[in-house]
Design a protein around this ligand. Structure first.
Ligand SMILES: Nc1nc2c(c(=O)[nH]1)N[C@H]1C(S)=C(S)[C@@H](COP(=O)(O)OP(=O)(O)OC[C@H]3O[C@@H](n4cnc5c(N)ncnc54)[C@H](O)[C@@H]3O)O[C@H]1N2
Ligand code: MOO
Length: 395
């Protein structure tokens, strides 16, 4: 059995080939840029007024010499205007300044008598209320680097500089293989010895939340032949495979043997942790394969602690769950030296370890917002600082 740290190092060392795709900017939220993006034009593309007011060529005596208003420029006017020195143009926010004008006075700080404009703004300086051509970005300038996360703001920025399509890391196709002959579909009548199948919807939800939408769900019978056949199929149809259950030492646990028969290289099996002790990790060529221990709470803990990072890396993001230190609001005694991942609530700077930590339960997980990581120590006192991993509840 290896430690949690060793397991994470093994995962970190793996190199996987990311796939890239062209994506419409409006559909690229949550994705990551796979190449640098450069501006194709100056933005703004012309000297632009930032106020409703009057545009003119500034000089220091402007407040003492009324200007004749000779033009009107609403936003979007496409004509290239030029006005004589000593005249002004009525202008609106977003409109292009006439050639050789450089300053705009807000209409509240000027008076108009017929066509005669008097500038009142005592603090007006040259260039005021003008967004200069290329001020946001110049043609050919780097707009966003490869590896940038595409947030709503980034998508707005790309649109504002005229980009319609970007190259992003492709979201991986993920197969989930559910094993266990005792499983019954929710909504069906539960017969003696059956349990409702919870992991497929839970994992699919976790994947959807992180933007992975191509998810294929398979069910395998508790036989070596069926598990091998389904695993082969899943490997052929996806970039990453998750199996649930069948990874322990029972006579009906076939995942490890099936993985071997499918040509999957085993990188580890069994960790010094709870829950999720029998976790399996391997790869076939470029494809990571996780055998998640069947108890639903082990499934989700292992997903967040190990699978999440790999999925992020496949999508071009080098990040981990948010990790902090917080004082315990209750004491906790461990009965072994395994690393424990405990469902907790982090609130007002403290963390509370919830009751009901056994891995068959999901109820405490449903309430939790973090996993509390307890290392080798046997008992933890109230107020002792512990590491917590925040569950990404909002994607
Ligand atoms: N002799 C030993 N027995 C077990 C050990 C061990 O070290 N020695 N480890 C235990 C631990 S810890 C875990 S975790 C489990 C993991 O075993 P499997 O991966 O083989 O999981 P299963 O036996 O298939 O299932 C465990 C449990 O979870 C329920 N389950 C499975 N899948 C689902 C699902 N999709 N939805 C809801 N519930 C599910 C299943 O009915 C079992 O109750 O092994 C221990 N045993
Ligand atoms: O390692 Mo298991 O997940 O505790 O029940």
């Amino acid at each position: 059995m290896i430690t949690v740290t060793e397991a994470k190092e093994i995962i970190q060392k793996q190199v996987f080939n990311e796939k890239i795709v062209k994506t419409a900017v409006f559909e690229a939220v949550n994705k990551v840029l796979a190449e640098d993006v450069y501006a194709m034009v100056d933005i703004p593309a012309f000297n632009q007024s930032s106020m409703d007011g009057y545009a003119f060529a500034f000089n220091e005596g402007i407040r003492n010499q009324p200007l004749k208003v000779v033009e009107e420029v609403p936003a979007g006017k496409q004509e290239h205007l030029r006005i004589e020195d000593g005249t002004a143009a009525r202008i609106f926010t977003g409109a292009a300044l006439p050639q050789d004008t450089d300053t705009v006075v807000m209409q509240e700080l000027a008076t108009l008598n017929g066509v005669e404009l008097t500038v009142l703004d005592k603090n007006l300086v040259k260039g005021q209320n003008v967004r200069v051509r290329g001020a946001e970005i110049a043609e050919g300038e780097l707009a966003l680097r490869k590896g940038s996360y595409l947030s709503p703001a980034t998508i707005g920025f790309l649109s504002a500089i005229g980009i319609v399509e970007v190259t992003t890391f492709a979201s991986p196709v993920v197969s989930i293989i559910i094993t266990g002959d005792e499983l019954q579909m929710p909504g069906e009548k539960l017969l003696h010895g059956q349990v409702y199948e919870a992991s497929s919807s839970m994992l699919r939800a976790a994947l959807f939340q992180m933007g992975v939408r191509d998810v294929i769900i398979y069910y395998a019978k508790d036989t070596l032949a069926d598990t091998t056949m389904v695993l082969d199929k899943a490997l052929a149809s996806s970039d990453l495979v998750l199996l649930t259950g069948g990874v322990s030492v029972g006579d009906y646990d076939f995942v490890v043997k099936a993985a071997e028969l499918c040509g999957i290289e085993q990188l580890f099996h069994r960790l010094k942790q709870r829950p999720g002790k029998p976790l399996f990790f391997g790869r076939k060529g470029d494809k990571p394969v996780f055998g998640l221990p069947g108890n639903p709470s082990s499934v989700l803990t292992c997903f967040y602690e190990y699978v999440w990072t790999v999925l992020r890396r496949l999508a071009g993001q080098e990040d981990k769950l948010r990790c902090l230190k917080a004082p315990l609001s209750n004491s906790y005694t461990k009965t072994n030296q395994l690393t424990h991942f405990l469902k907790g609530i982090y609130k007002s700077g403290k963390v509370d370890i919830l009751a009901g930590q056994e891995s068959f339960r999901l109820r405490s997980f449903a309430e939790a917002n973090c996993l509390v990581v307890l290392g080798e120590m046997k008992s933890y006192e109230r107020d002792e600082l512990v590491e917590i991993h925040l569950i990404p509840l909002y994607g």
